[in-house]
Design a protein around this ligand. Structure first.
Ligand SMILES: [Mg+2]
Ligand SMILES: [Zn+2]
Length: 205
């Protein structure tokens, strides 16, 4: 069986407007251009998997169970264009959190790559053929540390730009929004003309 390839997606700020610690599904909407970008990427054969830090759990602002409705709402929004969300992975931890069982040092909080590695294992994903898209350098680092290429959406949410000589924090590309990030990925594919004269994306260059 051939391995899958995936787009690992940061949630807050990347897919949806960043409303800190929000778990109310009624307040969740997709950023402009996200559905259009996902459609392009879907035609290229990628799986979509959310990789999210959810420190609000460790801080006691909400419960893990509250994320079920968040995931459902995002699935619903994706479904408007027939886009399937294959996975939703989150880190509930934060060292300085107030809920003891979550206030631990972990390997799954981005910039650590462990959530991506776990998702890759579960979904049989070739990380070298996959991408991480996020809006801060911790997303970029997690993606590259896992062996993917990473795109930073520079929408103002990264304001420290702290690289410190760590090449994993240098994005493969910086895009102004999700649609442009998706187009950048599509530019890595050859277009092939079929017998009807229709152009289709073929293999990655
Ligand atoms: Mg974000
Ligand atoms: Zn964690």
């Amino acid at each position: 069986m051939e391995a899958n390839k995936a787009i690992f997606l940061d949630k807050d700020g990347t897919l949806i407007p960043n409303i800190p610690y929000n778990v109310n599904p009624d307040l969740i909407s997709l950023n402009k251009g996200v559905l259009e970008g996902l459609e392009i990427l879907s035609k290229l054969g990628y799986l979509f998997i959310i990789i999210s830090n959810q420190a609000g759990i460790a801080k006691g602002y909400f419960e893990e169970e509250d994320l079920i409705e968040v995931e459902q709402k995002i699935k619903q929004l994706f479904d408007q264009k027939g886009i399937h969300l294959s996975g939703f992975y989150y880190c509930p931890h934060l060292e300085t959190g107030s809920v003891p069982r979550y206030a631990v040092t972990c390997n799954c909080r981005k910039p650590n790559p462990d959530l991506i590695l776990a998702a890759a294992k579960e979904h049989h994903i070739d990380l070298t053929k996959s991408w991480m898209i996020g809006d801060i350098l911790d997303d970029v680092e997690a993606g590259k540390a896992a062996g993917c290429r990473s795109i930073l959406i520079d929408n103002g949410n990264e304001n420290e730009w702290c690289v410190n000589g760590n090449l994993n924090r240098v994005p493969n590309w910086i895009a102004p929004n999700f649609l442009e990030a998706s187009l950048y990925i599509s530019h890595h594919y050859k277009l092939k003309e079929d017998e009807q004269g229709t152009f289709e994306y073929s293999q990655e260059i």
